[in-house]
Design a protein around this ligand. Sequence first.
Ligand SMILES: [Zn+2]
Length: 329
Amino acid sequence: MTAFNDPIFHDEDKARAHLETIRWPHGPNCPHCGNIDPDKIAKVEGKKQTHRKGLYYCNECKGTFTVTVGTVMERSKVPLAKWVYAFHLYASSKKGMSAHQLHRMLGVTYKTAWFMAHRIREAMKEDVASSGPLGGEGKTVEADETYIGKRETPRVSAQRKGRPYIKKGKSGGAQKRIVVGLVERGGKARMFHLNDATKDTVREVLVRNADRASTLYTDESRLYTETGTEYAGHRTVKHSAKEYARREGDAVVHSNTIEGVFSIFKRGMIGIYQHCGEAHLHRYLAEFDFRYNRRAALKVSDRERTDDLIRGTAGKRLTYNQTDKTAYA
Ligand SMILES: [Zn+2]
């Protein structure tokens, strides 16, 4: 049986049951009050079928809910079987999928597909508070920054009295979007969209996301010099001197891992997401992090990745009006 033949992609009741099994392995949880006591939650069932399907009643807060309440699917008119199929497609495709392709595959309008894709990316966002920082004692975290695409709003320079940065008549890296990335060797990556790369903004990202007991590997950029002293160790490679890797005792100092993460992201953005608005960049970054952090090399199957994505839909909402707000780290 190919994945597409699975009834969860075609049958509403089976799709709903599937979502419930993944989201509530021990029985329904009330999204309103957090009640998880199965004796205090009842399925609303009536012969007349006047109620919504999959409705539950919570005896604790007297509220009702379904499996989509409090998730990115809430209030969506898209059938659950199509949502489940879309989760499968996004979690199992290696490079992501455009809204155009989703629109064709699901048979929903382009606008619906576009909005679904953004809600799926929102669900892919890592809950940094619960997963904790990268690295730790004896571990290596590589950090680097990269510049992609043109900024929609030119960055203004304080020195130039509010006029944009101009270098010899043309704007260079200063007018591109800035992404800072961290990766634990052999582990997970996190990328962030920054409005401005200064030692302070970069420090914020570093100390929030990389355990200070780690050894930090960066290039020689001054963005990392001061913050590097807060880490158990800080080693740098001199890219300006064409040095890309250096052996120091048992360690090989390089930042090839984070550069690899950036290159997967850039290739994906060129091939599929040509017209990514600045406001959406943080969600595309979340999508690539999600996929990288569950890559096949870490022995994560398509099925596990899809289940993770379904669990990630909880506690996240994205309304249509919120989609055009830029989110910087
Ligand atoms: Zn409740």
